[in-house]
Write a new protein. Structure first.
Length: 122
């Protein structure tokens, strides 16, 4: 897709800090992180929004399944203390359309952890 910044990142035409890549997906660090860990998972194929990719459940599942693997790698996966209480953890977000807060119109999954930016922490 011409003039799509995330297509250009997927094609390596503009730089990003890649943290994962396979034939379908690319994950890279958000340029303006909202927390110590802020990664974006994108399909290499262009879909403007989640609703445009609704016919691709396998691809969407692959994106979602990558999130906990990345969280583990970046040290923010859910862990459990000796009493079995959960600790740490991360947030997965897909914004869709203006009312959903979407700014870049190439489907992307945010993986955010290491703090609680949604509670005012950074
Ligand atoms: P949205 O609001 O569309 O869900 O989120 C877009 C995200 O993309 C934002 O968190 C923003 O910081 C990030 N972003 C925008 N442009 C670039 C870029 O050129 N490179 C990287 N790595 N992230 C970007
Ligand atoms: Zn694109």
């Amino acid at each position: 897709m011409e003039n799509c910044i995330f297509c250009k990142i997927a094609e390596k035409k503009i730089p990003s800090t890649t943290v994962y890549e396979d034939e379908d997906l690319l994950a890279f660090k958000d340029i303006n992180p909202a927390a110590p860990v802020h990664l974006l998972v994108i399909p290499k194929k262009h879909f403007s929004t989640l609703q445009d990719a609704a016919g691709e459940p396998a691809l969407l599942g692959k994106m979602l399944a990558l999130a906990p693997r990345l969280a583990e790698e970046f040290g923010c996966a859910v862990s459990y203390d000796a009493d079995g209480a959960p600790a740490a953890g991360f947030k997965t977000v897909i914004n869709s359309g203006p009312d959903g807060g979407q700014e870049v119109y190439h489907l992307h999954l945010h993986v955010v952890g290491g703090a609680h930016p949604w509670r005012g922490e950074r």
